[in-house]
Design a protein around this ligand. Structure first.
Ligand SMILES: Nc1ncnc2c1ncn2[C@@H]1O[C@H](COP(=O)(O)OP(=O)(O)OP(=O)(O)O)[C@@H](O)[C@H]1O
Length: 571
């Protein structure tokens, strides 16, 4: 339009680094970071100073714009600082899953070509092993910076035995590094800020590139989704390595909040931190919610004010949502992927649902919902790219497009082109759309069971199992079946009391009968396996269904049952 100009006065690249400057200006003396176990506290003024010194130290070590700098750490205070310090040096932060073994860590470090790695003292042995593997392969290993944060249990502490190039506190406190460092702002908001590897639930982890712009937009969206007013107290129960803590590693600064860091996520540490630090918000996969609802009387502490908990990463069973509400927590349900900077949709609550019975409210909340600001969601037939009707029945693939979809997979143009083909990002999740426009995910396309031509949503079978009072964990996969092709096979962990009372053979039959009474007959598991040790999970709390599928397959084919044959015909 005539008269409109684009210049420095009205346009600057969007970047979440700006949140830090503002927090330090508005809330200089408020706590920015608290280590729950040791009580160590740093204000926003100190945090900004330390991040500037860190950026100066990285620049002095030869880190340039767009170099990848890896971080291998649990949710410790340094993690919060590194989310600002690394991008302030113009570099790209790559947070590695803290549960990686040395073999996978070395693969990802080589793939990312990280110049430098910050290592939590609790993970030093794994990092050393990974670096040894990189050296043996002939590649140049990254420079290692040790973070000697206090451990929850000081007896875990040991002196570093292998090579350590620098100490974190030395870099941050070095007289040579300066809080006057000139931040290397991105010249273009589409420059990379982070490289995040996917959880590796279905395949090898893929390296997802985030831009400054996308990170800025999704951090603010996450603040809105979490219903965060200014100065929230955020408990770190989402791993910060997972999508930069669903973008809250930057988002908390946007509201001048306090980051409460805990190394271990258990019911006891959660209740303790909530009581001691006045936590207002936290997040977590449904496994974290299960920890809370299954907490013993000794682990629980009174919750003085209502805590808002964002859940996502895996489908939350309605029963667990219902129990969280009974315990006084407010749960917000969000869905997303590493490729969408974490949260992409939210089950936005409508006031008219408040009056519904509690179980109905939980069922509504277990839906993945609608897109948040920044992108668009649809459920489409992947072959025709047509939207499915809003009938709650027709299944399609969840697809997303907009400003908070990844820039691409690092060094994998073919996979990027495939994922973004047709102008939409294909999630690989199957869903229906309800009349009100809300999306309900039924399964990952790799997990859905096809039994006698019928699609069975494992999520729905799991929800039925979770509603049984004896069940603590449940996961359903397909098991080869002589007649139906495959039938649902449930792996369950029983609650401690129920496990002690359960009789082998009887409890399995009871659970099958329970599901048959609540689900269409073909959806009820034909095999139930009680596992004592719990289900295998990724570090982000997702059940590793590929492992359970292998176990189900190893159990052999379910023989044809004449009764089943007569009850329904094969399509
Ligand atoms: N609220 C939710 N309800 C149901 N499923 C969810 C929800 N949030 C996330 N998910 C699942 O998590 C997936 C995204 O997970 P993430 O990006 O962490 O890596 P991954 O897909 O588990 O690993 P990989 O891509 O390496 O197999 C989604 O595609 C979806 O299947």
């Amino acid at each position: 339009m005539e008269g409109a100009v684009l210049c420095a006065a009205n346009h600057a690249p969007l970047t979440p680094i700006t949140f830090l400057d503002r927090a330090a200006l508005v809330y200089p003396d408020r706590p920015a970071i608290v280590a729950s176990s040791s009580g160590l506290t740093r204000t926003w003024r100190e945090t900004r100073d330390r991040c500037l010194r860190l950026a100066a130290a990285l620049a002095a070590l030869g880190v340039h714009r767009h170099h990848v700098v890896a971080v291998f750490a649990q949710n410790i205070p340094a993690m919060c600082e590194l989310h600002f310090g690394i991008p302030m040096a113009g570099a790209v932060i790559c947070t590695l899953n803290s549960r990686l073994d040395a073999a996978m860590a070395s693969v990802l470090l080589r793939h990312s070509e990280a110049k430098l790695i910050f290592v939590d003292c609790a993970l030093l042995d794994v990092a050393h092993d990974a670096i040894r593997r990189i050296s043996q392969s002939g590649a140049t290993p990254p420079v290692l910076v040790l973070i000697s944060e206090l451990l929850d249990d000081p007896s875990d502490a040991k002196l570093p035995s292998g090579r350590v190039d620098y100490e974190y506190e030395h870099l941050v406190g070095n007289a040579g590094s300066s809080p006057e460092f000139a931040v290397r702002w991105p010249a273009d908001e589409n420059e990379p800020i982070a490289l995040n590897y996917t959880s590796g639930t279905t395949s090898r982890p893929k390296g997802v590139i985030y831009s400054h712009r996308g990170a800025y937009l999704n951090s603010l969206a996450a603040v809105l989704l979490n219903d965060m007013a200014s100065t929230p107290v955020y408990l770190w129960t989402v791993p910060m390595f997972h999508c930069n803590g669903w973008c809250m590693a930057w988002g908390v600064a946007a509201q001048g909040g306090t980051n409460v860091c805990v190394r271990r996520v258990t019911a006891a540490t959660i209740f303790d931190a909530v009581a001691r630090h006045g936590v207002t918000h936290m997040g977590g996969a449904p496994t974290v919610l299960s920890m809370i609802v299954n907490a013993t009387a000794e682990e629980q502490r009174p919750v003085a004010r209502r805590v808002t908990v964002m859940t996502g990463g895996a489908p939350p069973p309605p029963k667990v949502l219902h129990r969280m509400e009974e315990q006084g927590f407010l749960v917000i349900h969000s869905y997303g992927l590493t490729e969408t900077y974490g949260p992409a949709t939210v089950c936005t609550w409508r006031p008219e649902w408040d009056a519904l019975p509690a179980e109905e409210r939980a069922r509504i909340k277990s839906r993945q919902g609608v897109h948040h600001h920044g992108l668009e969601v649809d459920v489409k037939d992947p072959a025709t790219m047509r939207s499915v009707p809003r009938d709650g029945k027709t299944m399609g693939e969840v697809m997303l497009r907009g400003n908070t979809v990844m820039s691409g997979y690092y060094k994998d143009g073919a996979a990027t082109a495939e994922a973004l083909a047709g102008g939409w990002f294909r999630s690989g999740d199957l869903a229906v759309r309800h009349e009100d426009g809300y999306v309900k995910v039924l399964d990952r396309s790799k997990d859905i069971i096809i039994s006698g031509g019928e699609n069975i949503s494992t999520i729905e079978v799991e929800a039925a199992l979770f509603s049984h009072p004896a069940v603590e964990e449940a996961a359903v996969v397909g098991r080869p079946d002589e007649y139906w092709g495959e039938t649902p096979c449930a792996f369950v962990k029983l609650r401690p009391g129920a496990a002690a009372a359960a009789k082998a053979g009887v409890v399995e039959e009871e659970l099958m009968a329970y599901c048959r009474a609540r689900l269409p007959r073909y959806m009820a598991p034909r095999t139930v396996v009680v596992v004592e040790e719990g289900l295998p999970k990724t570090a982000t709390g997702k059940v590793q269904k590929f492992e359970l599928r292998a176990r189900a397959k190893a159990m052999g084919t379910v023989p044809a049952a004449p009764a089943a044959k007569s009850k329904r015909s094969k399509l």
